[in-house]
Design a protein around this ligand. Structure first.
Ligand SMILES: CC(C)(COP(=O)(O)OP(=O)(O)OC[C@H]1O[C@@H](n2cnc3c(N)ncnc32)[C@H](O)[C@@H]1OP(=O)(O)O)[C@@H](O)C(=O)NCCC(=O)NCCS
Length: 183
């Protein structure tokens, strides 16, 4: 896929925007949250790591491989509440993976589900993708709830799916096809 342009995506309750260097301190705080650390295989603890990550996700966008967007409230766009992302965009097979997180104070209000719906609709309608996939730990009910609220269907358990915190982790795999997205 050619490089991706940043879309303007909002439903009036959340607005998605590009990440910038000014977000690095908010990101550092969010990535130190124990719930994030528990479920993530990547937990940066320096500004330099986050600056490198910003550059990495920007390269992925320029190469049409993914896009990472900050979740904000439309009235306070400078304050990032979390992230929603498409990664591993596979042009040949018209599919991609979805990922998300929220800072602790933003949880429990449906904001991640709203953000996933926005990026999924864009992926289907504008990028022409035909399948979105997400994986999460079997012990991560928060993430599973987001998947189900958006219409993702549980497709199976991937045993020993990934290297995780010095060991291996199983993953649940969910899939979403264009007609299945719940509003
Ligand atoms: C995964 C994660 C983003 C889920 O956050 P969340 O706030 O639970 O998800 P949503 O934003 O969709 O909100 C749903 C919650 O808000 C509640 N809610 C309140 N008002 C709502 C509304 N208007 N619409 C939908 N849900 C609403 C829901 O009942 C639900 O709470 P419950 O699970 O206690 O029933 C969050 O737990 C997180 O950041 N975890 C750490 C990172 C992580 O695990 N990422 C996924 C890796 S695979």
């Amino acid at each position: 896929m050619p490089g991706l342009s940043y879309p303007t995506l909002t439903d009036g309750v959340v607005a998605l925007r590009p990440w910038g260097i000014d977000d690095v301190d908010d990101q550092l705080a969010a990535f130190a949250d124990p719930v994030f650390v528990r479920f993530s295989d990547w937990a940066p603890d320096t500004r330099d790591q986050l600056v490198d990550r910003l550059q990495e996700v920007e390269r992925a966008r320029e190469n049409g491989l993914g896009i990472h967007l900050a979740i904000t409230h439309p009235d306070t766009p400078s304050h990032a509440l979390g992230e929603v992302a498409l990664s591993g965009i596979d042009d040949t097979n018209q599919r991609a993976s979805v990922g998300y997180w929220l800072s602790p104070a933003a949880r429990g209000r449906g904001l991640a589900s709203r953000a996933v719906r926005l990026i999924a609709r864009w992926a289907f309608d504008e990028l022409g993708l035909l399948r979105l996939e997400l994986t999460c730990g079997p012990d991560n009910p928060g993430s599973q709830g987001v998947a189900v609220r958006c219409g993702f269907r549980l497709e199976g358990l991937l045993r020993s799916h990934m290297a995780f915190k010095g060991g291996r982790r199983d993953s649940l795999v969910y899939g979403l096809l264009p007609g299945e997205l719940l509003s």
